[in-house]
Structure formats: C-alpha cells, structure tokens
Design a protein around this ligand. Structure first.
Ligand code: PEP
Length: 253
C-alpha cells in the first residue's frame, strides 16, 4: 500500500528559533497518523540536526534536506553530500525542485546522478517534476513531464523506483496562489502513474506515492488529496503556518 504524505518545504525561510517553534507547534497538534500516513519537513541545511532531534521516536515523521550534491565527497566547496546527511540521521532528500532547476541550472542528467547517490545511500528521494505555464498553455505538459521522468528516473530498476516519491508541481501554481484544479491534478497524476506502469508494470506503479505541489492550503487539501492518484502534497507557503499545515496533514486520505 503506497503512503499518503504531507511534506513541508520551508525553502529559505525562518530562523532556527522560528523553525523550532513551528515544528513544536505542529508536532504538538498531530497526535495520531494512520499507519499509511507520513509527514516530512524539508528544512534548511543548518537546521537539519536540531529538527532531526525534535522528531526522534516519531516513526512516521521525517526530516528532509532540500538538496544534496551528486558526488560522494571532495573539493566541492559549499556543497553537501548524502553521506553528511546520513551522518545526521536524515532519511529524505528533495531533488529537482523547480527553483533548483530554474535558478541553479540543475539538468535532468545532473538530477539522475543525484537520484542515484541518494538511493545508493538508502535515503528517499522526493523527486519534483512539473511544467511551466507556457507548456501548459501549449497543452504539451504530458510530454514534458514524461520526458523529465524518463531522463532522471527511468534508468532505475523496478526495486529502486519504488523507493522514490514523486512530486508533481506545476510551476505556474508554485507560490502563485493559483492551484491546479483537482481534475487537472488527477489527470497529470494518472498520466504519471500510467507512464510508470508502462515502464515497470501496474503493481510497481501502484506502490509509488505521487504528491501534488502548488499552492496547497488547508482550504483545498482535502479535495486535491481525495483524487485517486494523488497521495498527498508538497507544501511551501502554507507549511510555514502551524495551524494550516496541521489541517493539511489532517486532510490526508
Ligand atoms: C513548493 O515549494 O514546492 C510549493 C509547492 O510551494 P507553494 O505551496 O507555496 O506553492
């Protein structure tokens, strides 16, 4: 049974003290998660250690890094390796967020290498994909997202791909207040699952969680998460407000 996941992406926001207060506020209000539900907090690198300590003993709650490098170690000033993350107890890494692709020029090939090193070290990659507005307007979003998956994920074995969590995040809906309709989200998620099924078979595809991201908030989470191929969300802005994110967690199937 695939997991239903609420993932927070703090991006480059909050001081350590604000982040700790936010985590305390959320964790204090999330009492019981269903056995197939998980919560993930992708926090800035400097806060990983403290955040990891706060979730100690909570089996279905994870801390994620927002990025990592594609090399094991070496002369790469300013970069962070998967081994370093692992040494802090971190189990998840967000890869390929559209902001990384756009502002830092991360290519599909570079992301494929990052996916490999994350999996080799036994961590979970939360792999983001999604199209820009002009691609949606040209109605070529399926081809575009299909190519992103093929280029960065489809070299993986059936066993490996089931360890990946995919987040579909239409760029036109990220931080804009414009959400994809639940029908648009379902349509793309069903397409992604069909592509996975065509490559790996229906059973493998049905085991892979596909999250939706793009202006998810308490008011729309239940409807979006209720779609059959939507397995939760990757949430930016609304994850910075404790009550909002708690409601979003409560909206998981
Ligand atoms: C994101 O950061 O991945 C995101 C979806 O942001 P927001 O929820 O603010 O649109």
């Amino acid at each position: 049974m695939r997991k239903q996941i609420a993932a927070a992406n703090w991006k480059m926001n909050l001081t350590l003290q604000q982040g700790e207060a936010l985590l305390d506020g959320i964790l204090g209000k999330v009492s019981s998660l269903g056995k197939d539900q998980q919560v993930v907090f992708a926090v800035p690198f400097p806060y990983l250690s403290q955040a990891q300590q706060k979730i100690a003993g909570k089996e279905q709650v994870f801390i994620a890094a927002q990025n990592c490098y594609n090399k094991k170690s070496g002369a790469f000033t300013g970069e962070v390796s998967v081994e370093m993350l692992q040494s802090l107890g971190i189990q998840w890494v967000v890869l390929g967020h559209s902001e990384r692709r756009e502002y830092f020029g991360e290519s599909d090939q570079f992301l494929a290498e990052k996916v490999n090193i994350v999996l080799e070290n036994g961590l979970t990659p939360l792999f983001c994909c999604g199209e820009a507005l002009q691609i949606r307007e040209a109605n070529t979003q399926n081809e575009f997202v299909g190519n992103q998956l093929k280029a960065s994920l489809f070299h993986l074995s059936a066993e490996q791909i089931q360890k990946v969590v995919i987040a579909y995040e239409p760029i036109w809906a990220i931080g804009t207040g414009k959400t994809a309709s639940s029908a648009q989200a379902q349509e793309m998620h069903a397409f992604i699952r069909a592509e996975l099924a065509a490559k790996y078979g229906a059973e493998v595809a049905s085991n892979i969680s596909i999250l939706y991201g793009g202006s998810v908030k308490a008011a729309n989470a239940v409807e979006i998460f209720g779609q059959p191929d939507v397995d939760g969300g990757l949430v930016g802005g609304a994850s910075l407000i404790a009550d909002e994110f708690v409601s979003i967690i409560n909206g998981l199937k």
